[in-house]
Design a protein around this ligand. Structure first.
Ligand code: HEM
Length: 461
């Protein structure tokens, strides 16, 4: 029973009861708006959820050491991610963070990432959509973006090309197993008690048996790639992340864990962000038109040739940031409190409590974004026509503070490149014009329930 027990809460409860899947995040928005501190305690579970930027800064920066990811999270993802950066705290995390930051900050990695993304768009995405557009055909845009971002992340991380966008090929075994492993690992978090999945794992039953099989396939393939790279030598020509990390890390199993974490971090997040972006553009055609006219002015009617050109497209940048404000790919994120504490808004937090910050709800708080917070309005990010960033604790879409997302630059580069290429060439219309809200499935990343079915046609010049 929700604490406030009002009509809205009753309605949400009724939908849950009837298995009609409301967006639980919208319910949190309602509960958080009704709390004067913008923090609530979920009484049954003892969890604390906050949409208060002061609390977010406190957890992610000021008292970072007191709010690690914690054991419950790392146990759930442990079999899949091992000791990869996404899944560890303390010294293991610090070591990988240092290594990854060094590599990702290099000038060469940005141009490599741009090349990977550009090739994937020109050689595959454009061709696929053009063939669909010729027949004014229909496809699931979310599925296409998942395939696209998996290809990009595999090339970027391993130098491997699974070619998932080639729809006539059976989708690679690696991609299928990866999908299966991330879905089944996320499902562990939804069992009533961890003992349930641990017992199933012990007995090798049902979903746990499938998870083990999927992880075995991933391991065989990842180890094969590592062995091949060792054989040919990694110095010089290889620019992917694995080759770079191999210059510092010797242990194969550890290398596998590091790279699998990157794949997970960078695949579904980008696909989710792009899906929501195109759904929003379909509701606001004038924004798509402005993106095109800015690009025409800045780069003419040519395709992008360097990532520096992207930096000049301020309106495009603002549109992408604004879409992730309303639909953050990671809608909420939890930490576990190590020692008893009090949050800046006065909420006491006992040792072991799960504390969740909620970017989805934060986007919907008037005191943070103004009374037009529910509107998709890229202009809020522009000052004199130039993009102007926001405080990261007000906009923790990429987390923030000490453990901020390491792939932020790559993600934005990927999103802007795809957005620009498709908006300039195609009209993308959702099949259901009355769908005035997006519904999401439960999971680690915001996946649109049932996908996003769209009709694609060529855009008139
Ligand atoms: C729109 C796309 C993306 C969004 C919204 C996003 C968001 C986030 C968030 C919220 C976290 C913190 C998760 C946590 O600690 O629980 C995170 C971590 C991370 N992200 Fe991203 N991410 C995106 C794309 C990427 C990409 C493309 C890569 C890889 C190139 C990447 C690499 C990472 C890594 C390695 C971490 C772990 C950082 C650490 O623990 O120190 N992300 N990301």
């Amino acid at each position: 029973k929700p604490r406030c027990g009002c009509e809205v809460c009753r309605a949400y409860l009724m939908l849950c009861w009837r298995d009609e899947h409301p967006n639980l995040c919208d319910w949190y928005v309602h509960l958080l708006r009704n709390s004067p501190t913008r923090t609530i305690r979920i009484h049954v579970l003892g969890n604390v959820v906050t949409a208060n930027p002061r609390n977010v800064e406190y957890m992610l920066k000021t008292r970072f050491e007191n709010y690690p990811k914690g054991k419950p999270f790392s146990t759930i993802l442990g079999d899949f991610l091992g000791r990869g950066i996404f899944n560890v705290d303390g010294d293991l995390w610090r070591f990988q963070k240092k290594l990854a930051s060094l590599e990702l900050d290099r000038f060469s990695i940005r141009s490599y990432a741009f090349e990977v993304v550009r090739t994937e768009i020109e050689d595959r995405l454009n061709i696929l959509l053009s063939s669909v557009a010729e027949k004014q055909g229909v496809l699931d845009l979310q599925d296409v973006f998942k395939r696209f971002s998996f290809d990009c992340m595999c090339k970027f991380s391993f130098g491997l090309d699974p070619n998932c966008l080639e729809l006539s090929l059976p989708i690679s075994k690696f991609a299928v197993s990866f999908d299966m492993a991330s879905m089944l690992s996320a499902e562990r978090a939804m069992t009533p008690s961890p003992y349930v999945w641990k017992m199933k794992r012990f007995l090798n039953l049902g979903s746990e048996k499938k998870l083990k099989e999927a992880i075995d396939v991933i391991n065989i393939l990842a180890m094969e790639v590592i062995r091949q790279k060792r054989r040919i030598g990694v110095a010089g020509q290889n620019r992917d992340l694995l080759s770079r990390f191999m210059l510092t890390v010797n242990e194969d199993a550890y290398l596998r864990d590091i790279i699998i974490s990157f794949l997970l971090a960078g695949r579904d997040t980008v696909a989710s962000a792009l899906t929501c972006f195109f759904w929003l553009l379909a509701q606001h055609p004038s924004i798509g038109a402005r993106i095109c006219s800015e690009a025409d002015q800045v780069i003419g009617d040519q395709d992008l040739t360097s990532y520096e050109q992207l930096d000049k497209l301020h309106y495009l940048h603002a549109s992408v940031f604004e879409s992730m404000r309303l639909y953050p790919p990671i809608q909420f994120d939890s930490k576990f409190c190590l020692e008893d504490d009090v949050l800046p808004d006065g909420t006491p937090v006992a040792k072991g409590t799960r504390v969740t910050y909620h970017p989805y709800a934060m986007a919907r708080m008037e005191e943070i974004w103004g009374d037009d917070c529910m509107e998709y309005r890229p202009e809020r990010w522009l000052k004199d026509g130039k993009f102007c960033g926001e405080n990261q604790y007000k906009y923790p879409v990429f987390q923030g503070g000490t453990r901020v997302c390491l792939g932020k630059e790559m993600a934005i580069l990927e999103m802007k490149s795809v957005a620009l290429a498709l908006v300039r060439r195609f009209r993308v219309e959702p099949l259901d014009p009355n769908q005035n809200t997006l519904r999401f499935s439960a999971g680690l990343t915001a996946t649109v329930r049932g996908g996003l079915r769209v009709r694609v046609s060529a855009r008139e010049k």
